[in-house]
Write a protein that binds this ligand. Structure first.
Ligand SMILES: [Zn+2]
Length: 139
């Protein structure tokens, strides 16, 4: 089991509080990324997870947000989102080159890589911002 915190950074000019539209725990905000299996196989397509979409885990204890089987080794892995850990990216943090935590993923069997910047962000006092934002997973 690996806990991966998705961290964001951005070049914020006259902007602050960059976050998903409904806040860091927006149930409808979709996260897109590729998954790397423990066997080293990288999934071909991006996976999409959101807090609103849950699946029952095997054995019926609790829920997860993604169950995916590796095409190469056949093992099943899960990704479970853990809300309540994210913070909007403030201008202060962005200016000091800092990253802000966005969402925590509890990954079993997989490691998330290559986060894809999707839609549905909001930022306060918009004048200009540059994309793409550097986004990293801290393992
Ligand atoms: Zn595999």
């Amino acid at each position: 089991m690996v806990n991966c915190m998705l961290m964001i950074s951005a070049d914020l000019e006259n902007l602050t509080n960059l976050q998903p539209q409904g806040g860091c725990d927006d149930p409808n905000f979709s996260y897109f990324f590729k998954l790397k299996c423990g066997c080293g196989e990288l999934s071909q397509k991006e996976t999409c997870v959101s807090l609103a979409e849950t699946l029952p885990t095997q054995g019926g204890k609790g829920t997860t947000n993604l169950i995916q089987k590796c095409k190469f080794c056949g093992r099943e892995g899960t990704v479970t989102m853990i809300p309540g850990r994210g913070k909007p990216l403030t201008q202060e943090a962005a200016q000091s080159g800092g990253f802000s935590p966005l969402m925590l993923f509890d990954c079993r069997g997989y490691e998330p890589v290559d986060f894809v910047f999707g839609v549905g962000w909001k930022v306060e006092s918009v004048s200009f911002y540059s994309c793409p934002f550097p986004i990293v997973f801290e393992h």
